[in-house]
Every structure is written in structure tokens, then in C-alpha cells.
Design a protein around this ligand. Structure first.
Ligand code: IPE
Ligand code: MG
Length: 221
């Protein structure tokens, strides 16, 4: 969800204004996913590297997460959406950790769709944490395969993403779902995240539908 800062700057407003608009943009995209039959939406809310931002900006973001969970959770739950929060728990405040636990537990049996919020998330950190678990569980080296690692990621129940959308024109992975994106299709749009809506999602999906996914194989003649 990139481009909140630029969106605010263009309007001569503070960064917090952009982040607030960024949070508002999530719900319409989520419901557009529902309409398109997309069952899992992952949003990159805060990376393990975002702590490098000013204390003030980090505080603003954390407050916005908290407010958003409080405000939106009941509606998500009513819509049968299961909430996953992927990322390192340490580093987050006790309040946010409790909130995360509550959202995940209360929505555990929902089967309508998944919202996976990547919060204090890093793709490398996730792989490191999976390796730590393998070692802690004393898994034998011969038993370590791709499935063993996949099973120890933050949300092993979720499928690998088919499509990864990058807003605000950036053409890099930025430590997002590194393991899971091995064969994901990437789509880059110049649209800034706060402006990203249903039509942008539909454009991304129809672009995706024109692609041929080979997963390394040779396509049939
Ligand atoms: C939001 O966009 C990303 C978050 C960490 C929530 P940015 O804040 O990175 O926006 P730009 O890159 O400054 O435009
Ligand atoms: Mg950015």
C-alpha cells in the first residue's frame, strides 16, 4: 500500500493525512475482491524496516491500526471474513498484540474470505523465524524440504499469492512475501494507494488474466 506520503505531499498536507486516506482505501478494495471472487487479500501495512521512520510517523501508523481494528472488526466478522495478522509480534505494543489475538481468535471459524494484514512483517524475518522453529523442533536435516518451511511461515493455511499489486510505481519486492511470491505475477501501477479503488483492481486482474503462467515448464504447443 505505497504512496500515502506522496498523496499527502501533493495536497500540501501532513503525512498522517495520507496514512488516514490509505486506511480508508482498504475496505472498498476488500469488497471489490469479494465481488471478483478473490478469496484472500493480503495488505502490507507495516514492514520490519518501517521502524526506521520518525517516531512520530510510527506512532501515527500504530494508532491508525488500532483504530481501524476497533472500528472495522465487527463488520468484517459479520461478513464472515477471517483475519490473519502476519508478522513479528515482538516490537508491537501489548495493546496491539491483544487486539491482534482477539481479531484472529474471534474470526477463526469465518469462511467467507481472508484479510491478511502484514504488520511488522518482513519476508526475510519470516523465513528466519521458520528456520528457528525447525531448529527448536529438532527437525532432522533430511526432513527439511519446501513443505517443511512453508508449514512454519506465519500463515501456513494461506495459498501463495497469484498476483501482487504494487502501487505508486515502485518496481521492487520490498521484503514482501518473499517465499510465497516465487511464482506470483507482479503488476505495477502509478496510482498512489489512497487513490486505488475497484476500477484499479479490475484493471490489475484483467491484466493478470491475459498472462500465461508456466511455473518454469514449457507451455503446450
Ligand atoms: C505507505 O506509503 C506505506 C506504509 C508504510 C504504510 P508511504 O508512506 O511509503 O508513501 P510514500 O512512499 O512516502 O509516497
Ligand atoms: Mg513508500
Amino acid at each position: 500500500m505505497d504512496g500515502n506520503g506522496r498523496w499527502a505531499r501533493r495536497r500540501g498536507r501532513p503525512i498522517s493525512f495520507g496514512h488516514r486516506a490509505g486506511v480508508r482505501a482498504i475496505k472498498p478494495v476488500m469488497y471489490a475482491c469479494e465481488d471478483l471472487g478473490i478469496k484472500v487479500l493480503s495488505v502490507y501495512a507495516f514492514s520490519t524496516e518501517n521502524w526506521r521512520r520518525s517516531r512520530r510517523e510510527v506512532q501515527t501508523l500504530m494508532r491508525l491500526f488500532e483504530e481501524a481494528f476497533h472500528r472495522e472488526f465487527d463488520e468484517l466478522n459479520e461478513r464472515q471474513i477471517r483475519v490473519f495478522i502476519s508478522g513479528r509480534r515482538d516490537g508491537l505494543s501489548d495493546r496491539i498484540r491483544e487486539l491482534i489475538e482477539e481479531c484472529e481468535t474471534r474470526s477463526r471459524d469465518n469462511r467467507g474470505g481472508v484479510l491478511n494484514v502484514c504488520l511488522n512483517y518482513g519476508g526475510r524475518a519470516e523465513i528466519v523465524d521458520a528456520v528457528r522453529r525447525l531448529i527448536a523442533e529438532k527437525v532432522r536435516p533430511e526432513a527439511v524440504d519446501e513443505a517443511a518451511i512453508s508449514a512454519r511461515l506465519y500463515a501456513p493455511e494461506l495459498p501463495d499469492p497469484d498476483l501482487i499489486i504494487r502501487t505508486a510505481g515502485e518496481q521492487r519486492a520490498s521484503n514482501f512475501l518473499l517465499w510465497q511470491s516465487a511464482y506470483s505475477e507482479f503488476y505495477v501501477t502509478d496510482t498512489l494507494w489512497p487513490d486505488f479503488g475497484k476500477q484499479d483492481l479490475e484493471a490489475a486482474v484483467s491484466d493478470y488474466q491475459r498472462r500465461t503462467r508456466r511455473f518454469g515448464a514449457r507451455p503446450a504447443e
